[in-house]
Design a protein around this ligand. Sequence first.
Ligand SMILES: [Fe+2]
Ligand SMILES: [Fe+2]
Length: 169
Amino acid sequence: MSKDKYLNQMQKLREHASDILNSENFLSSDKNIQHGEISVMEHSIKVALKSLYLNEKYNLKCDERLLSRGALLHDYFLYDWHSPEHAGFKNLHGFKHPKVALKNAREEYDLSPVEEDIIVKHMWPMTVVPPKYREAWVVTFADKCISTAESIHFIQSAKRRKKYININT
Ligand SMILES: [Fe+2]
Ligand SMILES: [Fe+2]
């Protein structure tokens, strides 16, 4: 995404969701890591920007306000999923967190059915029932693109760090 496009999508995000962006709980998710070195807050903003970008680029005719807000809240689980009580296969974070995010988001925001669908279905196909609304499909796809890029970036930087350490020892 070019700098101009990024600024344009960021402006839209502020227009539609400044209350979420400035809220205490959303800001607190900056202390929880999502993938690699990326916080949940940063990840959620990147997914929202990517969703807006895809909507504009492919003329998908999504409601931008619902798309922005649902994307920002899609991982609103508000805990550190790497902590002992949430990490590991037995804790099923991957399966459970959409419902936790929905519960948390409902407590603070008056959600539309589209926003609820975005949050609770974004892990599809892991969560078997597919998205119902176009906006939820876009966020589900954007989340996978961003998550993959974040994980690849982390693996590449870890390799670079290892190489650097080898060179300097
Ligand atoms: Fe998620
Ligand atoms: Fe996500």
